[in-house]
Design a protein around this ligand. Structure first.
Ligand code: PEP
Ligand code: MG
Length: 615
C-alpha cells in the first residue's frame, strides 16, 4: 500500500501503521479470471503517479481556469476513491477493516480539506499551476504533521503518507500520465496496476511478464482480449489489490481461477507450483491437436480461425493450429503514436501477416476507433473525436470512417494491394444500417479504380466486404444488411454490451455482463439464420467463439466458423472433435426455449451429462 512518499517518489516504502495491511501475511484477492495459466513471481507495481510534474507558473488572469482544472481532478479522484469503496464488500473482513478507514481519510481530503484550500490559495497568491500548488501544499502539510509532538511516529508518518497519496492521485489526474513504459519490469514479474489500457497492454512483452493483475477492468474489454491474446496469465477487477500489494511481494496468480495470492504461505506456494506443472502438461496435450482437423464425430467440418490483436501474436497462430485469421484488428497500427499511419505503413503491417498465412484467408477489419479504444493519433486535433458523454454510442467504427473517408481510403488501398499476395477479406466495424455498407462499398470501389489507374496489381475478384454484427440493431436488421454485405462476423463482445447496456470493461457491472443472456442468444440466432438463408458466410469472432463450453450451443445454432484468440484454438478444437451435430442442434433448441439466464448457464455448464445433451 502506498500511503507514504512524496508525489515524486512513487515507489517509496509504505508507512508502518495500524491501517496498513500487515506485511508478511498471506492475502488472497479474488478478481475476474481473464487469461488462463498460473504465474509465480514478485509483484512489480506500476500503479504510480507520473514523475513529479515540472514546476509551472501560470499567468495572471489564468487563476480561475487553473482552479477549475483542480476541481475536475478532485472530482475524478473522488470518483476513483468511491469506486474503491464500493468494492470493499468483496474483500475478506480483515482487509475491509484495514482499508475502510484509509479510504474514508482519502475521501475527507478530497472534500473541503486543508490540502485543497491551501492549493487553491497557492494558485491565486503564487500563480502556480494546479499540480505545483498541490505538491507544495502536500509537502507543507506533511512537514507540519511530522513536526508535531507525538510519540506515535509511525502514526504521524502514516498520516503524512495519506496526504502524499492524495496529492499523487490529484497530480496524476491533472497531468494525464503519458504512455507507460514496461521496459523496466524485471523478467518473471507479476505486473500489478490500478488499471491497464489496451494501449498499455500492447506494450507488454509476454516473454518478460509472468502475469498481470489489475484492480479495474472487465472480462471482455480490449485489455482483457489483449492479455488473452498474449497468453499472459491474468486476473482483472481485483478489489483492493493495489492497496495490498507492494513491489517485491511474492505472488501466486491463477488466471483460470481468478485469484491473486500475495505473500503466499508455503502451502499456497506449493499448490501454485503444482498448478503450474499441470498447466504445462495440459498445454503439451493440446499441442498434439495442432495437426488434427476440426471435425465433429459425424464429420462436419468447423472452421477455426484466429483473432489477431497485435503482430507479436503471429507465431502463435500457426502453433495453435488455426486456419487463417477471422479477425485482424487494425487498431494496433494507431496505438502509442501521435501521427496517423500512411498507406505504406498499413501495407507493410499487413504484408507479413498475409504471407505468414500461406494461402489461408485473412480478414482485415478496418479501424474501429471509439468507446474504450482511445488513440492519441486520432485524438490530437485530427478531426472529430469520440469524446462525448457516451463515447460507445458516438462516432465509433464505421461511423467515424465514413465521416473521415480519407482514413478509410488509405486503409482500403493498402488492403487491396496486399490482397494480391494472398486471400483477404475486408470487415467493417459497428455497422448499424445497410447504407453504411453501401457507402463503404462505394469508397472501396473508388479506391480500387484509382489503384488500377496507378497500374497496381489487384486480385481478379475484389476481396469480399463484410459487416460486423455487433449491435442489437444490426442483428435485428441482419436480413437487410445481408443484402449489402458479402459476409457477417458476429462480434459478441459488443453485441452483449449494447444489448444489456453493460460496459464490457467496467468492473462495477461486470456481474451483469452475460453473453448467455437470452436476449444476446436470440440476436445471435436471428443474425445467423439471416445469413444461412442467403448462404452467406457467417462466423463468430467475439470472445464467445473461443470458449470451449459454448461450442455445442454455437454449432447447434448453425455456426460453422469461429474465430478466437490463438491460445483458445486447441481447446475449442478438442471440443469440436468430441461433438455430434445432432446433439448440438437438440441442445441449442433446448437452450433457446429458456428465458432465465441462470438456467441457461446451468444447461451450458452441464452439457455432456446424459440428461442434457440427449433431452
Ligand atoms: C466484438 O465486439 O465482439 C468484436 C469482436 O470486436 P471488438 O472486440 O474488437 O470490439
Ligand atoms: Mg466490437
Amino acid at each position: 500500500m502506498k500511503t507514504e512518499g512524496k508525489p515524486s517518489k512513487p515507489s517509496d516504502k509504505p508507512a508502518e501503521g495500524k491501517r496498513v495491511p500487515r506485511r508478511g501475511r498471506e492475502l488472497v484477492v479474488r478478481g475476474i479470471p481473464i487469461s488462463p495459466g498460473v504465474a509465480i513471481g514478485p509483484v512489480f507495481d506500476t500503479t504510480e503517479s507520473p514523475a513529479e510534474p515540472p514546476r509551472r507558473q501560470i499567468k495572471a488572469g489564468e487563476e480561475e481556469a487553473e482552479k477549475q482544472r483542480l476541481a475536475a481532478a478532485v472530482a475524478a479522484s473522488r470518483k476513483q476513491v468511491n469506486k474503491l469503496k464500493a468494492r470493499l464488500s468483496v474483500l475478506p473482513e480483515e482487509a475491509q477493516g484495514e482499508l475502510e478507514p484509509l479510504l474514508d481519510a482519502y475521501a475527507m481530503m478530497l472534500g473541503e480539506s486543508r490540502l485543497l484550500r491551501g492549493a487553491r490559495k497557492r494558485i491565486e497568491a503564487e500563480l502556480l499551476s494546479a499540480e505545483t500548488a498541490v505538491v507544495d501544499e502536500a509537502m507543507a502539510i506533511a512537514e507540519a504533521i511530522m513536526a508535531a509532538r507525538d510519540d506515535d511516529k509511525a502514526g504521524l508518518k502514516r498520516r503524512a503518507g495519506e496526504v502524499y497519496e492524495i496529492a499523487r492521485r490529484l497530480t496524476r489526474n491533472l497531468t494525464h500520465a503519458g504512455f507507460r513504459s514496461f521496459k523496466e519490469v524485471p523478467e518473471g514479474s507479476i505486473l500489478v496496476a490500478e488499471e491497464l489500457t489496451p494501449a498499455d497492454a500492447a506494450l507488454l512483452d509476454p516473454t518478460r511478464i509472468a502475469g498481470v493483475a489489475t484492480e479495474e477492468g472487465g472480462a471482455d474489454g480490449h485489455t482483457a482480449i489483449m492479455l488473452r491474446a498474449l497468453g499472459i496469465p491474468s486476473v482483472l477487477g481485483c478489489p483492493g489489490l493495489t492497496e495490498a500489494a507492494q513491489r517485491g511481494d511474492k505472488c501466486v496468480l491463477d488466471g483460470t481461477e481468478g485469484t491473486v495470492v500475495l505473500r503466499p504461505s508455503e502451502a499456497a506456494l506449493s499448490a501454485g507450483r503444482e498448478s503450474l506443472t499441470a498447466h504445462a502438461k495440459e498445454r503439451g496435450r493440446l499441442a498434439k491437436l495442432r495437426r488434427l482437423p476440426a471435425v465433429t464425430t459425424d464429420g462436419e467440418a468447423v472452421d477455426l480461425q484466429a483473432n489477431l490483436e497485435i503482430p507479436a501474436e503471429l507465431p502463435l497462430i500457426a502453433q495453435a493450429g488455426a486456419h487463417g485469421i477471422g479477425l485482424l484488428r487494425t487498431e494496433f497500427l494507431f496505438l502509442n503514436r501521435d501521427t496517423l499511419p500512411d498507406e505504406e505503413a498499413h501495407f507493410e503491417a499487413y504484408r507479413p501477416i498475409v504471407e505468414a498465412m500461406h494461402g489461408d484467408e485473412v480478414t482485415i477489419r478496418v479501424l474501429d476507433w471509439g468507446g474504450e479504444k482511445d488513440m492519441e493519433a486520432l485524438a490530437q486535433g485530427m478531426g472529430p473525436t469520440h469524446s462525448g458523454t457516451n463515447p460507445a454510442l458516438g462516432l465509433r467504427g464505421i461511423r467515424m470512417l465514413l465521416k473521415r473517408p480519407e482514413l478509410l481510403e488509405v486503409q482500403f488501398a493498402a488492403i487491396l494491394r496486399v490482397a494480391a499476395l494472398g486471400p483477404v477479406r475486408v470487415l467493417l466495424p459497428m455497422v448499424t444500417i445497410p447504407e453504411e455498407v453501401q457507402q463503404a462499398r462505394e469508397i472501396y470501389e473508388r479506391v480500387a479504380r484509382r489503384l488500377r489507374r496507378r497500374t497496381v496489381t489487384l486480385p481478379e475478384r475484389m476481396p469480399p466486404l463484410g459487416a460486423m454484427i455487433e449491435t442489437p440493431g444490426a442483428a435485428l436488421a441482419a436480413d437487410a444488411i445481408a443484402l449489402e454485405a458479402d459476409f457477417f462476423a458476429i462480434g459478441t463482445n459488443d453485441l452483449a454490451m449494447y444489448t444489456l447496456a453493460v460496459d464490457r470493461a467496467e468492473t462495477e457491472v461486470a456481474h451483469l455482463y452475460d453473453p448467455l443472456h437470452p436476449a444476446v442468444l436470440r440476436l445471435i440466432q436471428f443474425a445467423t439464420e439471416a445469413a444461412l438463408r442467403l448462404r452467406m458466410p457467417v462466423s463468430v469472432c467475439g470472445e464467445m467463439g473461443g470458449n470451449p463450453r459454448l461450442v455445442p450451443l454455437l454449432l447447434g445454432l448453425g455456426l460453422r466458423s469461429l474465430s478466437m484468440n490463438a491460445s483458445a484454438v486447441p481447446r475449442v478444437k478438442q471440443a469440436v472433435r468430441s461433438l455430434n451435430i445432432d446433439d448440438c442442434a437438440r441442445f441449442a433448441r433446448r437452450v433457446m426455449e429458456q428465458s432465465d439466464p441462470r438456467r441457461i448457464q446451468q444447461l451450458v455448464m452441464g452439457f455432456g451429462t446424459v440428461s442434457e445433451d440427449r433431452s
